[in-house]
Design a protein. Structure first.
Length: 148
């Protein structure tokens, strides 16, 4: 599926693509969001508690369904990075605003975003988010609640 936005103009680093991803989520902009993804057939996305979505068609359909309920107010924090010349892995704590009957609340999700440097510039190749928590972890090295 062709991209409708030239993301290379946004910058030439994995950090720039990550910023564009979260900005697109916050605006509910499907074209901008899909513009950060690589055109590779093997890109994948896992939403909290969801199945593995493979390919841009499946990823787009899932985000379109999510955006039908409005934009996703997710803000990355506590970013940990492993980077090389042509790939980058970012582990982030996403702070997500959710509306409840008591008003706006926050949920926290750990996500891993993987980027590759392609001929079109840096692009996302994977986004994998864990099930959320109603409280923010106390420390970056907080012990996991579930061992798998």
């Amino acid at each position: 599926m062709p991209k409708t936005k030239n993301v290379a103009a946004l910058g030439d680093t994995a950090d720039d693509i990550e910023a564009a991803f979260y900005e697109a989520l916050q605006r509910g902009d499907i074209d901008a969001l899909m513009g950060v993804w690589s055109d590779d057939d093997e890109v994948f996305c896992v939403h909290p508690g969801g199945p593995r979505l493979v390919g841009t068609v499946a990823i787009r359909a899932a985000f379109e369904q999510m955006f039908a309920n409005g934009a996703i107010h997710a803000t990355p924090a506590r970013v940990r990075k492993v980077e090389s010349i042509a790939s980058a892995v970012h582990n982030v704590l996403e702070r997500i605003e959710v509306l409840t009957t008591e008003g706006a609340r926050h949920a926290f999700v750990l996500a891993t975003n993987v980027y590759h440097k392609t001929p079109q510039g840096w692009r996302m190749v994977a986004h994998h988010a864990s099930p959320g928590s109603a409280r923010e972890p106390d420390a970056v090295g907080e012990a996991p609640q579930t061992l798998h």
